[in-house]
Design a protein around this ligand. Structure first.
Ligand code: ZN
Length: 174
């Protein structure tokens, strides 16, 4: 392809199936359709999850937050009742659903993987090798077992329904 040809093809306007011009490079859909597609996929995933009523969920939460084309989950340091109160006190509508936060114990450093990955990444001179691999793994494994770090992770099996009517309405939207 000549440079001139390249310049011409790069400047060709591209259109989405909906008729909208595509402004992002490489994408085959317009921003609106991308968002729609992501939302559709999200709803499909949500449909498969167990639904818990807000009053029955006493754990802390992850709240869905729209970020560009995708929906992220932001940690909320309180339960569903507290979430509703906080939003109302700020004059905002609470989200219609959230994810329960599970408490998990940190398992420590995956030392064998870290070491192997590090070594795979560099070009070793023939004859060079790691010394004390087993000792290092044993030491870090014991160190891992001493750690008492608890962290919050999104429960991927359930959603908490904060507002049933708005949730149902949103799920039914095309
Ligand atoms: Zn489109």
């Amino acid at each position: 392809m000549t440079l001139m040809h390249q310049l011409i093809t790069n400047n060709i306007q591209r259109y989405c199936a909906c008729g909208e011009e595509i402004k992002t490079k490489k994408s085959t859909h317009c921003v609106k359709c991308l968002k729609k597609q992501n939302e559709k996929e999200l709803k499909e995933r949500l449909k498969k999850l167990e639904q818990v009523k807000a009053e029955d969920c006493l754990t802390k939460l992850f709240v869905p937050v729209l970020a560009g084309f995708s929906v992220l989950a932001k940690f909320f340091d309180g339960n569903a009742k507290q979430l509703i109160e906080k939003y109302k006190s700020e004059g905002k509508e609470p989200p219609w659903y959230a994810y329960p936060a599970l408490e998990k114990r940190w398992e420590g450093l995956p030392i064998a993987e870290i070491l192997d990955c590090e070594i795979d990444f560099i070009r070793l001179k023939p004859g060079s090798k790691v010394i004390g691999r087993e000792e290092l793994i044993k030491f870090v494994t014991e160190w891992n077992q001493q750690q008492k770090i608890i962290y919050y992770a999104k429960d991927r099996t359930k959603i908490v329904i904060i507002d049933q009517a708005r949730f149902d309405q949103w799920m039914a939207e095309e």
